[in-house]
Design a protein. Structure first.
Length: 202
């Protein structure tokens, strides 16, 4: 077997395993038919109505972290076919995702609509961290945060490299129920407390 090289779509590891397991033709059809290097109009509309996403990052050594972000519909702002951004707020002070981005700008985003469309969208790209004032000066039409008690401290701005579907086959359909969200709270109990018992050790 010859050397496997990465192409416009797919890592070296992907291509190597596709070759080993006989899925290269099927994978190539997916790359050709579903993977874009930008967000098309339907993708932009989809992102614009989402209330949550999952964010994957890794540091310079490749140690990974995944996290969850949420907000009002459209909290992730699409500012063009190849760029989107979301606000970052005061949290627990760890800044795991931002710390990774400061070392390694590669990010993987996953939007999943569990309620309406029951479909997912992957967005992979390169991220940078920007202060709130700098972002707003570059985007004067950016709406102010409508949630009481929250104000962005900084933003993550992503230049899109890949965007593609996550099929609906195994996505459960869920139902939204009314809930009171404690945006911006410092109440330990309302934030979940020591649900997993980690603090009990100390």
């Amino acid at each position: 077997m010859g050397e496997v090289v990465g192409t416009a779509h797919g890592s070296v590891g992907e291509r190597r395993l596709q070759d080993r397991h006989g899925t290269a033709d099927r994978a190539q059809r997916f790359y050709d038919q579903q993977v874009l290097d930008h967000l098309n109009e339907r993708m932009r509309e989809f992102v614009g109505r989402q209330e949550m996403m999952f964010v994957a990052t890794s540091d310079a050594r490749g140690a990974c972290d995944s996290t969850f972000r949420a907000g009002p519909p459209g909290f992730v702002h699409v500012v063009g076919p190849t760029r989107l951004m979301w606000p970052e707020y005061r949290g627990n002070g760890v800044m795991a995702s931002l710390g990774n981005i400061s070392e390694n700008d590669q990010v993987g985003l996953l939007f999943v609509d569990f309620v309406r469309d029951v479909i997912g969208l992957h967005v992979n790209g390169r991220a940078e961290i920007a202060d709130d004032d700098a972002v707003r000066s570059g985007h004067p039409g950016l709406p102010a945060d409508t949630v009481a008690g929250r104000r962005p401290e900084r933003w993550v701005v992503v230049d899109v490299d890949e965007a593609y579907i996550h099929c609906s086959k195994h996505i459960p359909r869920l139902m939204k129920v009314p809930t009171g969200r404690a945006w911006g709270t410092d109440d330990v109990r309302r934030k979940g407390g020591d649900f997993f018992g980690a603090a009990a050790r100390s």
